[in-house]
Design a protein around this ligand. Structure first.
Ligand SMILES: NC(=O)C1=CN([C@@H]2O[C@H](COP(=O)(O)OP(=O)(O)OC[C@H]3O[C@@H](n4cnc5c(N)ncnc54)[C@H](OP(=O)(O)O)[C@@H]3O)[C@@H](O)[C@H]2O)C=CC1
Ligand SMILES: CC(=O)C(=O)O
Ligand SMILES: [Mg+2]
Length: 556
């Protein structure tokens, strides 16, 4: 048991959580999305809360309201309309929004998350209705701790922060990237059971180098070129330390930073602050889980697995790092494990003589005559290729055919988001490999038939990981997040894949199980925290029950 408590960290999850009471009545309660039930208010509530006359006569159950919402949702003409509709619902009636999201996660995930959230970021100014989240600009330098007091919640537990420089595979979207922290936090609640009151989306709006946005009079962000260098770093530091001061129990998830900054922040804060980088570490765990499940289909032992990454940025190098750890757990030395991982980027195979290697990928560089992707595949004969380039079409027919020539069951993960950035589509992977590919993609592809056989392509996305990691970490007040926690998360995810799913080619469990998956992951992460002496709350009698007990329920 470890009861080292940081200043401001109490002994249990719920302690210190009470927010200032705001007795609401009448129209105020209807305009407060957290309290509002719309037509769900009972006769008695209507009498006691001054609501008589303010609502139509009929009282609807939450189930009936949800049915009404889904009918309206399905009548919308396109996904952007659906996105706007759902976000407006959240602004009116938060519990109904989460009820609907949780009960229809398969149908709604592509709207609140990738691919539609990418489009929503691109059109952020055009669809803007209502400010949500917290914006920090360079003009707030020296005042961040003060302005955090403007946030109306006393006890925040999860913060997702971006600076908008690498939004999915869409590049620098400046302050429009706020759609991503908002979307990720909706999933923290729907999948990870974190009370939305405890969630805070943050945009570090340090400008943008996207000239189209800078020239757009509708752009709503800080209209300057990106802050860089020391000034940028010191703004990020001020933000992190202000958060620690105001919200000492909060986990900070860094999201969609450009690679050099992503690694800089990870290195700077990972030991001292409860934080992680989702693109580097969350993606890594989902990939390791997917590979482990895929190996159950191909029959290849983990210690023999060879993987070639296309792209050598934050997502790919994060995956390589955790995969190396997994291979070491399977009995290889670090050197042996690294030899089983290779990278190809825009300029070809990462060979030792290249001058553009980074600290994250240099250890994987090789001596080889091969240069381009296809000849590197022929030489290395990887069991898996994993794309994290943000560039569509990079898994060409020749690439997939080469994989099918060297492996009976080639593993092909096209992880770039949104859908139109995927390295190849599910249909292409199956067709070009004569139905032999074991496929996953970052954004969803519909089930399909190839030569009379039905395939259900899996979605290899960090949404399977971050809600559970966050839930586990804050349930025990972890002091930091370790690599071992991500390996534990990967194992918990892989363990949920059933044989019958593998037979349909699906290497991740159904998204409808996200809440239970997150609970399993949270338990595994929390156990790891106790094992590694990183938990700051005393060990409970029943860890799973404790975690389950803190999970948000949107029912009235
Ligand atoms: N499925 C999931 O859960 C996740 C998916 N992703 C996706 O991964 C993608 C990459 O993210 P991230 O790693 O942060 O981005 P980066 O920009 O850091 O990395 C992209 C990498 O791809 C390389 N690249 C670019 N063009 C090509 C090309 N034509 N052929 C080969 N390599 C190329 C780049 O090389 P260079 O630097 O030389 O340009 C760079 O190494 C994004 O689309 C993102 O949506 C990210 C996180 C999670
Ligand atoms: C999924 C995700 O985190 C990304 O594409 O950046
Ligand atoms: Mg991301």
């Amino acid at each position: 048991m470890n009861s080292r408590l940081a200043p401001g960290v109490s002994m249990s999850y719920h302690e210190g959580m009470a927010e200032r009471e705001r007795p609401l009545r009448g129209m105020d309660i209807i305009h407060d999305s957290r309290s509002n039930k719309g037509t769900g208010f009972t006769r008695e509530e209507r009498r006691n809360l001054g609501l008589r006359g303010l609502l139509p006569y009929q009282i609807s159950s939450q189930e009936l309201q949800a049915q009404r919402v889904m009918e309206n949702f399905r009548r919308k003409e396109n996904n952007m309309e659906r996105y706007i509709f759902l976000r407006s619902l959240e602004e009116r009636n938060e519990r109904l929004f989460f009820r609907v999201l949780m009960d229809n996660i398969r149908e709604l995930l592509p709207i609140v998350y990738t691919p539609t959230v990418g489009q929503a970021c691109q059109q952020f100014a055009n669809i803007f209705r209502h400010a949500k989240g917290f914006y920090i600009t360079p003009e707030d330098k020296g005042h961040i701790r003060d302005i955090l007091n403007n946030w109306p919640v006393e006890d925040v537990r999860i913060i997702v922060v971006t600076d908008g420089e690498r939004i999915l595979g869409l590049g620098d979207l400046g302050a429009n990237g706020m759609g991503i922290p908002i979307g990720k936090l909706s999933l923290y609640t729907a999948a990870g059971g974190i009370d939305p009151l405890r969630c805070m989306p943050v945009m570090l709006d340090v400008g943008t180098d996207n000239t189209e946005l800078l020239n757009d009079p509708l752009y709503m962000g800080w209209p300057h070129a990106r802050l860089r260098g020391r000034e940028y770093q010191s703004l990020v530091e001020e933000f992190v330390f202000s958060v620690q001061d105001k919200y000492p129990k909060a986990l900070i998830q860094f999201e969609d930073f450009a690679t050099p900054n992503a690694y800089h922040h990870l290195k700077r804060f990972r030991q001292a602050v409860l934080s992680f980088n989702d693109d580097i570490q969350g993606t890594a765990a989902v990939a390791v889980a997917g590979l482990k499940a895929a190996l159950r289909i191909s029959g290849t032992p983990l210690r023999d697995l060879r993987v070639m990454f296309l792209g050598a940025g934050s997502a790919a190098t994060g995956m390589a790092h955790l995969l190396t750890r997994a291979l070491m757990e399977a009995g290889l030395s670090e050197g042996e494990a690294r030899k089983q991982v290779q990278f190809v980027d825009e300029h070809g195979l990462l060979i030792s003589s290249r001058k553009d290697l980074t600290p994250q990928n240099i250890e994987y560089s090789v001596d080889s005559e091969a240069r381009d992707f296809v000849s590197a595949i022929r030489e290395f004969e990887p069991h898996a290729i994993i794309g994290a380039t943000g560039v569509p079409g990079t898994f060409s027919r020749e690439v997939v055919e080469s994989m099918a020539a060297v492996q009976q069951r080639p593993i092909i993960f096209a992880l770039s988001n949104p859908t139109d950035r995927a390295e190849c589509s599910a249909a292409q992977a199956y067709e070009w490999s004569s139905g032999r590919a074991i496929f996953a993609s970052g954004s969803p592809f519909q089930p399909l038939e190839y030569e009379g056989k039905r395939f259900e392509p899996a979605q290899g996305n960090n949404v399977y990981i971050f809600p559970g990691v966050g839930l586990g970490a804050i349930s025990v007040a972890a002091s930091r997040i370790s690599d071992s926690m991500f390996l534990a998360a990967a194992d918990a995810l892989a363990a949920r894949v059933k044989q019958e799913q593998l037979e349909r080619g699906s290497i991740f469990p159904p998204l409808t199980e996200l809440r239970n998956i997150s609970l399993d992951i949270a338990e595994a992460v929390a156990l790891k925290a106790y094992e590694q002496n990183l938990a700051r709350y005393p060990h409970p009698d029943d860890l799973r029950e404790l975690i389950q007990g803190v999970m948000y329920d949107p029912s009235y």
